[in-house]
Design a protein around this ligand. Structure first.
Ligand SMILES: [Zn+2]
Length: 372
């Protein structure tokens, strides 16, 4: 059955050719949001999907109360929001991304600009980042082995005249986990002060941590872990059976995924997220990479849920995306201006009230209010 509904490019073109078919696809996969409901504006009419040929998508959501007629675009809150591209164009880019088409090929096929294609490839990776953020869990535990390692990314040895420094990436992977349970973070340096808090954040106490003899790890025992070391320069597999095979193959796959030319530092995290999403959701032989990725999009792009959670939860939720989401971090910064003593919960909630749109959608991504 699964195979039966698989979408290849020809089938996608078929779907896109007829607007009703395209809408069926977009609404049934929740890529566009169904707003059929009582109108919030007038509280008496019902919001309905109606044709409007003056609109780019030929449809609009409009209140059926003649005295209200409140309306909004069909792209509201969706992955398509804020773009001038057609629904079809965007959906095809998502298809290409899902199937790892190189950007040059997508530019050729779509005749879109370099810039546009790169943007949408980034938006797809942002979906990965948010999904990973939401689903991230600590790895390891008693009886489990987690291999940790650091690796330098983006450094090019023979770059005429210019030295490209690259970034340190610190990561860990739980041995024998399938799909792999792992984490990656870019780090400023490899000091214990940097690495140990990351280890404590990601790896459960009681885990056996396998690593090289890097001195930053010498306090692992004190932190409640069992530490098994391996010295790369002396032997590949130590006498106790410690080896770092899984992280090394993990690093290799990651390096293949990263762009050949140095990319901006903050993008690295989204590439790690892409790696994790691909290994977790898009790698089984029965996986339809396009449809399976499409299923993840509504996790990120959806109608905002009123923020009824506790102020503390709201603060930590904001803080959780503050690194990657520029709008959320700005909000947090503003919260700190209101109350410099902390990222005060009440300050965040006050801002929630005045900026409910932004905050309610903080997980929609980083370009929500910007023109893309
Ligand atoms: Zn109304």
């Amino acid at each position: 059955m699964e195979r039966h509904s698989a979408v290849n490019f020809e089938k996608l073109c078929d779907i896109c050719r007829v607007q009703s078919r395209l809408f069926d696809f977009l609404y049934s996969h929740k890529l566009l949001i169904d707003f059929t409901e009582k109108c919030e504006q007038c509280d008496s009419g019902t919001v309905r999907l109606v044709t409007d040929n003056h609109r780019p998508d030929n449809y609009i959501w409009r209140c059926d109360n003649r005295n209200c007629r409140d309306q909004h675009t069909i792209r509201k809150y969706s992955f398509f929001s804020g773009s001038k591209l057609s629904l079809e164009q965007i959906l095809k880019i998502v298809y290409f991304w899902g199937h790892k088409y190189p950007q040059e090929l997508v530019i050729h096929e779509t005749k879109l600009s370099n810039h546009t294609v790169i943007d949408f490839y980034n938006f797809c990776r942002e979906v990965c980042s948010v999904v990973i953020e939401k689903q991230s869990e600590q790895i390891g535990g008693p009886g489990k082995v987690v291999e940790i390692d650091e690796s330098k990314f983006g450094r090019r040895k023979y770059n005429r005249g210019k030295r490209v420094e690259g970034v340190w990436v610190f990561g860990g992977i739980e041995r024998d986990s399938n799909p792999p349970k792992c984490f990656f973070e870019t780090v400023e340096d490899r000091s214990a002060a940097t690495l140990i808090p990351i280890i404590k954040r990601w790896i459960l106490p009681g885990t056996t941590i396998s690593s090289d003899c890097w001195t930053a790890y010498s306090s692992l025992q004190e932190e409640g872990y069992i530490h098994a070391t391996i010295n790369h320069s002396i032997q590949f597999v130590s006498e106790t059976g410690t080896h770092t095979n899984s992280t090394e193959s993990c690093w290799n796959s990651l390096k293949k995924l990263l762009p050949k030319f140095g990319t901006q530092k903050h993008f690295y995290n989204s590439y790690f997220a892409e790696y994790c999403i691909r290994t977790k959701f898009l790698q089984s032989p029965s996986s339809d990479k396009f449809l399976d990725f499409v299923k993840l999009i509504p996790i990120v792009y959806h109608k905002p849920v009123p923020m009824l959670q506790s102020p503390a939860a709201a603060t930590s939720a904001l803080a959780a995306v503050a690194d990657s989401a520029s709008s959320a971090s700005e909000l947090l910064a503003r919260a700190q201006q209101v109350n410099p003593s902390a990222a005060s919960a009440s300050a965040v909630v006050d801002i929630d009230a005045s900026k409910s749109f932004e905050v309610g959608n903080f997980d929609i991504g980083f370009y929500l209010s910007e023109d893309r």
